[in-house]
Design a protein around this ligand. Structure first.
Ligand SMILES: Nc1ncnc2c1ncn2[C@@H]1O[C@H](COP(=O)(O)OP(=O)(O)O)[C@@H](O)[C@H]1O
Ligand SMILES: [Mg+2]
Length: 249
């Protein structure tokens, strides 16, 4: 079972969009996939047309009120989601004194061992309780970022956090770094792609997710881009990205 965490502590770097689209494509390939909304804002949950207010979440699992199997919502035969809502924002305080606060998710996921081929975790834009739990539970990391001047700004903090988590989760690997919302017709983006290729080397995915209005429209319609317009650049790019993810196993 591969457990991929989709991460970047900045907002707007297409973490949720990437989580949604790659999980849907993996499922369409017949791979049993669970996508976990780790962000208390619950954007991914809304995107899957789930009413945030009415669901039990990992917060209730961590509080031992429900079993993890009871918070999983099956969307299709191969795709399930664990929703989230604002209650999770209390977790930072609630579990602050808990000696194993960063291992709560890892422990909970043990129950699901072998039930899925892929678990995808959509992180909040912060290096907080939820992100540490996701990193501790993960086997691999996918970093999403835009090819913009400030996109490297938080990266050293992110790399430090990953190193810190490796003390506990030694096997944690970087699956890859993917550029999102790429505008191939601008010199600015092309220039920064060069910078990122240099910085990350082999870790960069060859696939780049182009800026594509169909991706944003699909989000608005609460659909994956493949469902929304399978001929779109967004659908093509995310399909190629999934091929690469599978190969990098
Ligand atoms: N390839 C893309 N082309 C156009 N818009 C995109 C693309 N990827 C993401 N977006 C838009 O960018 C915004 C931020 O994406 P989101 O996935 O919510 O980021 P994050 O989860 O990192 O905060 C959303 O409005 C989304 O629709
Ligand atoms: Mg998000």
């Amino acid at each position: 079972m591969r457990k991929l965490v989709i991460i970047n502590q900045k907002g707007g770097e297409a973490k949720t969009t990437t989580s949604r689209n790659i999980s849907e494509i993996l499922a369409l390939k017949g791979l049993k996939t669970l996508v976990i909304d780790m962000d208390p804002q619950g954007n991914l949950t809304t995107n899957f047309d789930i009413n945030k207010r009415e669901v039990k979440t990992l917060f209730d699992v961590f509080n031992r009120e429900v079993d993890i199997n009871d918070v999983i919502i099956e969307k299709t035969e191969n795709l399930s989601i664990i929703p989230n809502n604002i209650k999770m924002a209390k977790a930072n305080m609630q579990f602050a004194g808990h000696p194993n606060w960063a291992r709560l998710l890892r422990k909970s996921l043990k129950e699901l061992d072998k039930k899925y081929d892929y678990i995808i975790m959509d992180c909040p834009p912060a290096l907080d309780f939820s992100t540490y739990n996701a990193l501790n539970a993960a086997t691999e990391i996918i970093v999403t970022l835009q090819a913009e001047e400030n996109s490297l700004e938080g990266i050293s903090d992110l790399m430090d956090t990953i190193e810190e988590v490796r003390d506990d989760n030694e096997a944690l690997k970087i699956c890859g770094v993917v550029i999102t919302r790429f505008k191939s017709n601008t010199n600015l983006h092309k220039g920064f792609k060069g910078v990122l290729d240099n910085y990350f080397g082999e870790a960069m995915f060859k696939t780049v997710i182009r800026d594509n209005i169909k991706v944003a429209e699909a989000n608005q319609s609460h659909k994956s881009v493949l469902e929304y317009d399978k001929e779109s650049n967004g659908a093509k790019d995310y399909s190629l990205l999934v091929e690469e993810i599978i190969i990098r196993n």
